[in-house]
Design a protein around this ligand. Structure first.
Ligand code: BES
Ligand code: ZN
Length: 852
């Protein structure tokens, strides 16, 4: 089957007029499309889905009109416009009248609802078109290479606000209680970037960035929560104009918080839509992590205005170009905005998450041929975003940041208002750097996986060797062979008490590096930018473990993260890994603690109930010292990162460590918070809420549910919602599970709550039974992207019996999650069960001892 539209008829301009009826959840529309016809046709093929096309006419340059009709093919999501006589080659206008519904599926033109403080329900109409849902709103050539100019008119009730990609050029009453809102022409752009939003929205006063007015929109009463995002956006917009060397391509920027939103945010040119938690926050009461999320998403979407919107991938195989690049630029911008956040160190957590997937046999290359556009739905994953951004960062560090920026500028200058491919970016970077980019990069982009670099003492120096890192490599035949990667190595060796730094390219299976003497240890990924893992000869790891305090936080992070991965893969004993963590009890970096805590959580999921007490004591021993040092009170002048770390440590101690003292303090602090909201530092409050839930009963549950419903900020709502999944009483767990399909929890959130409950050792059995029972309801209620993510939770169902049950569930129901997603989840579960079988007895013995 052919998935691409014919190119005999090519659109250049759409005049779209839509009249939505929010109460009836319907709309009528008219689209006049200017097209160029290359050869005589009696049939014009374009995309349309869930629309009724009532009238079809074609008008040529002389004004001759040919009436036609439309035949819809819902399976192919196409419309064929049929004409009684051939339309001659040349310029034509196609005039289409159609109707559609405002759906509840959070894609296409859809309905989002919210209650005002008085409990009255209100409706917003909003759009989400990426990847292929513009066709659900109006008939169009819904492929990224068919760029066109859009002129939008919205006819809406007087009291509502209408927003689209560009500034309003006129607003006139239509005489029937409605107004006709006309928007300026857009730049030439792809259909997936068009947006309409209609509702009772309220804006912040505009901020001017150069000539561009910037605003944040929210439901009434919430726009004051847009100030933080506005600051970040103002900085980012200016930062990107300077970095790219190209002015912002639109005429205004609106950032819109939509109460129901499937993704995190969407880069519609000039009308960027967000879920509320990714845009709105109260700076005084949000934690560092919550604010960082807002800054990340805002910077990311603004980065797309150039990379994605001005220059767009030619087809969906190139989606990584968009998303990896925006993720990379998001880091650069946030790092420039808030140096003290150490954003690139925190990016280590994302890089490691991508390595978690890319170490699977079921991984995939970042870019691969895409035929069916639906295939690309499953491509919005850690490999596209985080691996993609990691390899761009690796390249940027290798070429030098200014050379890299010059290459990016060249790329944008060469393809404005047009489309480009990965090879075009390589060509521009090659021209700027004088280096052979495809040779260096293709192994990272067009091949799955990444190398494990082994460092061993070798005469006076070290031997470096590479092979593919695989969690299941040994079980699954020879997955380790294959072409070597071209690895930019930053070596830092400890030689005779000093440091020696060397840069080299490891492009064969192994190499010897000569040093002044045999080093005590040598880091092979100094600076931490490389997308590879490092394993050390045991003698070196021992010495390195004693010097960890001297290396950078990102380097410590990588040592721990790599050691744990190597342990999961079976190349290091779990006991040795757990011993290593004993060297980090005084750790002060939040990211290192994130990887430590994640590994303890994994162990907790693997062990039997009988070993739980031992694990809790172990966690208290590992975390207690650092937590006690930070205490419960923020010091004046303390950095935000330290404050956030305090919250993170309290959370681990009070939940995983089951520490009674911490739990008592958390309860007491919560009681004070109820009296006075400023009693707790915002960075520890989310932890306090989570802890109170884990030790709470029906009274706390009722209160938390109430607070979830009456929350004043999206962050507060989110904290209490996820806390509802953290209670341990089975009756309360069941109540929360039922709420995921009752309509009390938004469909944008329920799948993520279920994922968390499938992952918790106290809730997973009940959650899994519930999902098995209600998966069909969930499949129809939840947006597809989130429904897919829910099932990630099955990777925590770690036992041979559960593993069989999970496999049987997916096989017998024929559940398809798109791409390799399901294979990846199942393989992750296999890795965990294998680890349990291999290490179970040793772990039980280890955890039965007094921790040391
Ligand atoms: N283009 C995406 C939104 C998107 C994702 C549309 C998947 C269709 C399918 C947007 O730029 C994006 O990447 N959003 C992220 C947030 C970002 C900060 C990583 C998201 O939605 O999670
Ligand atoms: Zn993006």
């Amino acid at each position: 089957m052919d998935y691409r539209l014919p190119t005999t008829v090519v659109p250049s301009r759409y005049d779209i007029r839509l009249t939505p009826d929010l109460d009836a959840a319907r709309y009528t529309g008219e689209a006049t499309v200017r097209v160029e016809i290359a050869e005589p046709v009696t049939e014009v093929v374009l995309n349309a889905a869930e629309l009724a096309i009532q009238s079809v006419a074609a008008r040529d340059a002389s004004g001759t009109v040919v009436q036609g009709s439309a035949a819809l093919d819902e399976a192919q999501e196409r419309a064929r416009l049929l004409f009684p006589s051939p339309l001659a080659p040349g310029a034509w206008q196609l005039v289409l009248g159609f109707t559609g519904t405002l759906n509840d599926k959070l894609h296409g033109f859809y309905r989002s609802t919210y209650k005002d403080p008085a409990g009255v329900m209100h409706t917003i109409a909003a759009t989400q078109f990426e990847a292929t849902d513009a066709r659900r709103a109006f008939p169009c050539w819904d492929e990224p290479a068919f760029k066109a100019v859009f002129s939008v008119t919205l006819v809406v009730p007087e009291r509502l606000v209408a927003i689209s990609n560009t500034a309003i050029v006129s607003e006139e009453p239509s005489g029937d209680g409605r107004k006709v809102v006309r928007f300026a022409d857009t730049i030439k752009m792809s259909t997936y970037l068009v947006a309409f939003v209609v509702g009772e929205l309220e804006a912040t006063p505009p901020v001017m960035v150069g000539r561009t007015p910037l605003r944040v929109w929210a439901v009434p009463g919430k726009s004051h929560l847009g100030r933080f995002a506005l600051d970040c956006a103002a900085f980012s917009l200016d930062f990107f104009e300077k970095y790219y060397g190209v002015p912002y391509p639109g005429d205004k920027v609106d950032l819109l918080a939509i109460p129901d939103f499937a993704a995190g945010a969407m880069e519609n040119l000039g009308a960027i839509t967000f879920r509320e938690t990714a845009l709105l926050a109260d700076e005084a009461s949000a934690s560092h992590a919550e604010l960082e999320r807002v800054a990340d998403v805002v910077a990311h979407e603004l980065a797309h205005m150039w990379f994605g919107d001005l220059v767009t991938m030619s087809w969906w195989n190139g989606i990584w170009l968009n998303e990896a690049f925006a993720t990379f630029m998001e880091m650069l911008a946030v790092d420039a905005w808030k140096k003290e956040w150490e954003r690139w160190t925190n990016f280590g957590v994302s890089r490691a998450a991508a390595m978690g997937v890319d170490g699977l046999l079921a991984s995939r290359p970042i870019e691969f041929p895409v035929r069916e556009p639906k295939e690309c739905e499953a491509m919005f994953d850690l490999l596209t975003y985080e691996k993609g951004a990691s390899v761009l960062r690796m390249l940027e560090q290798y070429l030098g940041s200014e050379v890299f920026r010059e290459g990016v500028r060249r790329y944008l200058r060469e393809h404005p208002y047009a489309n480009a491919e990965t090879t075009d970016l390589w060509r521009a970077l090659g021209a700027a750097s004088g280096q052979p980019i495809p040779e260096a990069m293709d192994g990272w982009i067009f091949r799955a996986g990444y190398p494990l670099v082994t460092v061993e003492p070798d005469g006076t120096g070290v031997k470096l060797s590479q092979r593919r890192f695989l969690y299941l490599g040994d079980d699954a035949g020879d997955g380790a062979a294959g072409e070597p990667w071209r690895i930019p190595i930053n070596l830092r060796a400890s030689v005779k008490g000093g440091w020696v730094d060397k840069r080299l390219l490891l492009d064969g299976p192994e190499t010897h590096v000569t040093l002044p003497a045999t080093p005590d240890w040598a880091l092979a990924n100094a600076g931490g930018h490389g997308f590879y893992r490092v394993a050390f000869a045991p003698s070196m790891l021992k010495k390195l473990a004693r010097s960890l305090g001297k290396v950078a936080p990102i380097e410590r992070f990588n040592v721990v993260s790599d050691a744990f991965a190597v342990t999961q893969a079976g190349h290091m004993a779990a006991a040795d890994y757990l011993d290593l963590t004993g060297k980090l009890r005084e750790e002060g970096d939040r990211n290192v603690w994130t990887v430590l805590a994640a590994s303890f959580t994994f162990v907790n999921r693997v062990i039997p109930e009988s070993a739980r007490g031992g694990l809790e004591a172990f966690v208290r021993h590992r975390v207690g010292l650092a937590a006690a040092r930070l205490g419960w009170e923020a010091e004046p002048g303390e950095s935000e990162l330290v404050r956030q770390l305090r919250g993170d440590l309290i959370r681990v101690l009070g939940t995983l460590g089951n520490d009674e003292e911490t739990q008592a303090q958390a309860r007491a602090l919560y009681a004070r918070y109820v009296e006075d909201e400023r009693a707790a530092d915002p960075n520890i409050l989310p932890a306090v809420i989570a802890i109170v839930a884990t030790v709470g009963g029906p009274a706390e549950y009722a209160e938390f549910f109430q607070r979830f419903r009456s929350a004043r900020t999206p962050q507060e709502e989110q904290r209490f919602l996820f806390a509802l999944g953290a209670f341990r009483d089975p009756a309360l767990i069941t109540q929360t599970l039922e709420r995921t399909i009752s309509g009390e929890v938004r469909s944008q959130d329920a799948p993520f709550l279920l994922r968390a409950m499938l992952s918790g050792v106290h809730s997973r059995a009940l959650a899994w039974d519930f999902v098995k029972q209600h998966w069909q309801t969930m499949a129809t209620q939840y947006p597809g992207s989130a429904y897919r993510r829910m099932y990630e939770g099955v990777t925590a169902l770690i036992s041979p019996e559960w593993e069989r049950d999970v496999n049987e569930f997916f096989t017998s129901r024929g559940i398809v999650l798109g791409g390799k997603t399901l294979d990846q989840y199942l393989e992750q579960l296999r890795v965990a069960v294998r680890f349990q079988q291999r290490e179970g007895a040793a772990l039980a013995a280890y955890l039965a001892r007094t921790p040391r």
